[in-house]
Design a protein around this ligand. Structure first.
Ligand SMILES: [Zn+2]
Length: 126
């Protein structure tokens, strides 16, 4: 099931990497889909335009969306559920239950861990 979505006006035209407000560059490669949590047993795919912005620090990049990480094909909610499931059961069971490839579970966990580590200084207090 595909659902058309779009960011609110305050969340539009932001750099996908640093989230700073940037001027629009072009329309990008058209519409893009992300995998979201299933709804009523159906796979749910939010679909939105993916324009590019011109960031002073990062150059021309795809604009950020508030529901997914930059360069990710899954939403925050989907990543969070996969990460939680992976802590409670095996990677194979997680992949089967979430209907993704075994390798995708690993990629999601790496992304999730990278975000979790970004706000933590492991040497603080030593
Ligand atoms: Zn940037």
């Amino acid at each position: 099931m595909v659902v058309a979505v779009r960011p609110r006006s305050r969340a539009r035209r932001r750099c996908g990497i640093c989230r700073s407000r940037c001027p629009r560059f072009d329309a990008g490669a058209g519409r893009r889909r992300w995998r979201h949590l299933d709804a009523a047993g159906l796979q749910l795919f939010p679909e939105a335009d993916a324009p590019r912005v011109s960031c002073e620090r990062h150059g021309v990049v795809v604009a950020a969306v508030p529901w997914a990480r930059h360069d990710a094909g899954h939403t925050y909610d989907f990543d969070q559920q996969v990460a939680w499931l992976a802590t409670e059961c095996s990677k194979s069971a997680t992949a089967q239950l979430m209907r993704v490839a075994w390798r995708t579970v690993g990629a999601i966990l790496a992304r999730y861990q990278r975000d979790a580590d970004a706000g933590i200084d492991r040497l603080a207090g030593l």
